[in-house]
Design a protein around this ligand. Structure first.
Ligand code: PRX
Length: 651
């Protein structure tokens, strides 16, 4: 299960923040008693509970069974036919929200665009018709590699409308990473843009796609949105301008009647091997769960202006920019660029100008803002905010307190939401009108979630003992598999404890039952709230001609939470130099993307190994984090290796 030994937790936090009474009074769930009652019902009678929730959605054909569970395979809302884009758009329009702003977009250069629910449906239908004309059919995987502009949301909703699963690749990934994902998903079409704005420069998205497609002969069509007007090379026949494609298309497109278990999307995420996993999410369960969690966790009300700063290329953007909030008919803010462009006041200026009411971001961003000084947020009118959220990694109490004071004006609850790409939606979280908050805990499981902290045998741990976080019952938005690799699905998530979902996170519960997340127990590193598998970075390094062996470990980082430290043994005929270090760092960026760039890289003759030849990452981690090795070296094969590593300079 893990070679990390006993999990210990020493953090004690006693500051408590009960929900503000005026917030509770108006909240969907307004007391801990209500939460407990509903949570108990959801666990005792999951079918009855989820049936009621699902009946709030639109179904072309009603489902005849709530759940079928043959561990580890789940089917939810069996027999039901529905359409995600219909629920996000048409249903909202039927409910009278047609002229309400659905998307409030701001580009990095400052351009602002608003689309009502009517406008958004029109655009989605036009693009859906264009996709059909290009030959995209139900079940075909459509790759999307776009900047954070409304067309990204339009593209994903258009795929959902015609039943074509999307595979969205974050715009920071490199051409090689695109090629791997396109190849794995057998995708024949890529939707991209000429470029996207980032810190005043153009990210050459089309160029990256061209480089990727050179390695993917199966790709037949590339759709290109004009965003930055930068020069692009063109392949007639294969490449199509978005604007030309939609020009004559009708704004009516009948939604495909999708089976509840039809694939809605694939989203690649890092695991413990060198190959990213295509996490599969299907239609009905994911729809019901994201719509309902968005409503309850963010306490959504019709006039909310909701801003989640994630990129749609990550699961947070899928579930809580597009699908969850739109099913609730609110206004979703969307921002294209960097938080510090043109300066560190950008987010606060946007909150003030657009009167955002809910703001959801990652601890890494909060820490970066903290470092810039209090006067920046304090100089903006943030009084429109009523609720804050955090996601992606544990939030340290210092950052929590700063967020609460300087962004929330000491009046906004903070929902610290724990979940994963695999879980599809928020799993452990405060309900803001009900829970007393303590900085640093994600508090309690959401309705229907049977979470527990257990030891290696699956025995539930007493309060305040660390263990593994698991989920003991299926839930509607759980992943349905790994694309093309169901064996890995079973092994990765269900083999440690039979029939129980293993999260790979360490956790403890306190005396009041709050869950305190303590980070991953596998070799997945959480950098700025984004997952990178050390094995992926190692395999990128080893693919460089000069490298014999590489080991990559996670180290603590003030802003990013964690960063990567690389140890590289060069081939015998190559000698160490600053130049080769630079070359290796650039190689990782080229193979994966800038987020995978190691913070430090040490060149060495050999890596420390056990007698059986396993690289001792534990020692490397200690060395990279503390500068020395005190830990147990009894199985180390060659002690000189550590001495040499200590001497090898860092860079
Ligand atoms: O370790 C947990 C951490 O992020 C991992 C999931 O990463 P990803 O699939 O990229 O999804 C991130 C956004 C949902 C988890 O295994 N994590 C996420 N949220 C929290 C967290 N750790 C502590 N507290 C959180 N609120």
């Amino acid at each position: 299960m893990s070679d990390k030994g006993t999990i210990q937790s020493s953090m004690v936090e006693t500051r408590k923040f009960p929900p503000p009474p005026e917030f509770s009074r108006a909240a969907h769930i307004s007391s801990i008693a209500d939460y407990e009652k509903l949570h108990k019902r959801s666990i005792d009678d999951p079918e009855g509970f989820w049936r009621e929730v699902a009946e709030g959605c639109h179904w072309f054909t009603p489902f005849d069974k709530v759940v079928e569970w043959e561990a580890p395979f789940a089917k939810w809302f069996v027999g039901g036919k529905t359409n995600m884009s219909y629920n996000c758009l048409d249903l909202q329009i039927e409910r009278g929200r047609g002229d309400h702003t659905a998307v409030l977009f701001e580009g990095e250069p400052g351009d602002v665009r608003k689309l009502t629910y009517n406008n958004l449906r029109d655009e989605v239908c036009r693009f859906a018709n264009a996709l059909k004309k290009l030959g995209v059919k139900k079940g075909d995987v459509v790759t999307i590699y776009m900047p954070m502009v409304p067309e990204l949301m339009i593209a994903m909703l258009a795929c959902a409308r015609i039943g074509a699963p999307h595979s969205i690749i974050f715009g920071g990934f490199s051409a090689s990473a695109i090629a791997d994902r396109v190849h794995d998903s057998n995708s024949q079409i890529i939707i991209t843009a000429d470029g996207g704005w980032r810190r005043g420069s153009v990210v050459p998205l089309k160029q990256n796609v061209d480089d990727a497609v050179a390695k993917c002969p199966t790709v037949q069509n590339v759709v290109v949105l004009k965003r930055c007007e930068n020069d692009v090379s063109w392949n007639d026949g294969r490449d199509h301008w978005w604007g030309d494609l939609v020009a004559d298309e009708s704004d009516v497109c009948d939604p495909e009647h999708c089976d509840s278990e039809d694939l809605l999307f694939i989203l690649y995420t890092s695991g413990t091997t060198g190959k990213p996993k295509g996490i599969m999410h299907t239609t009905g369960g994911y729809m019901v769960y994201t719509g309902y969690t968005a409503k309850m966790v963010f306490d959504l009300k019709p006039d909310d202006i909701y801003w989640c700063t994630a990129d749609i290329g990550w699961v947070t953007g899928h579930s809580y920019i597009t699908y969850g909030p739109l099913q609730n008919g609110v206004t979703v803010m969307m921002y294209e660029g960097a938080p510090n462009h043109p300066d560190w006041g950008r987010f606060w200026d946007m909150v003030a100008r657009h009167k955002a009411t809910i703001f959801y971001t990652a601890p890494t961003a909060i820490r970066a803002f903290m470092r810039q000084g209090d006067d920046i947020p304090d100089g903006h009118d943030l009084t429109s905010l009523r609720l804050l959220g955090s996601v992606g990694e544990p939030i340290n109490p210092e950052a929590w307190m700063w967020y609460q004071k300087h962004i929330g004006g000491e009046k906004c609850p903070i929902v610290d939401t724990w979940w994963q790409t695999e879980t599809g939606g928020i799993m452990i979280t405060p309900l803001p009108g009900a829970m007393t908050l303590l900085p640093g805990t994600a508090t309690c499981p959401f309705f229907g979630i049977d979470a527990a902290v257990v030891d290696e045998q699956g025995v539930e741990q007493p309060a305040n003992s660390g263990g593994f976080l698991v989920v003991r019952k299926p839930w509607p938005s759980m992943l349905r598999g790994i694309y093309g690799d169901m064996e890995r699905y079973q092994e990765q998530y269900w083999s440690q404890l039979d029939g129980i979902y293993f999260t790979s996170d360490a956790c403890r519960r306190d005396d009041d039952g709050n869950f305190w997340l303590m980070g991953r127990v596998d070799d997945v590193i959480n950098i700025s709230g984004h997952r990178i598998g050390t094995a992926e970075v190692e395999s990128a390094l080893v693919s460089h001609a000069a490298v014999a062996e590489a080991a990559v470990v996670g180290i603590p980082h003030d802003i990013k939470g964690q960063a990567l430290a690389a140890f590289v043994a060069l081939k015998a005929d190559r000698s160490a130099s600053d130049e080769i270090k630079r070359e290796l760092l650039a190689h990782v960026v080229k193979e994966i993307g800038a987020i995978a760039r190691p913070e430090t890289i040490r060149l060495t003759d050999a890596l420390p190994k056990t007698r059986s030849g396993k690289i001792m990452r534990r020692l490397l981690k200690e060395l990279a984090s503390t500068g020395e090795v005190k830990g147990d070296t009894t199985t180390l094969e060659d002690f000189n290796v550590i001495a040499n590593l200590r001497e090898s300079d860092e860079g």
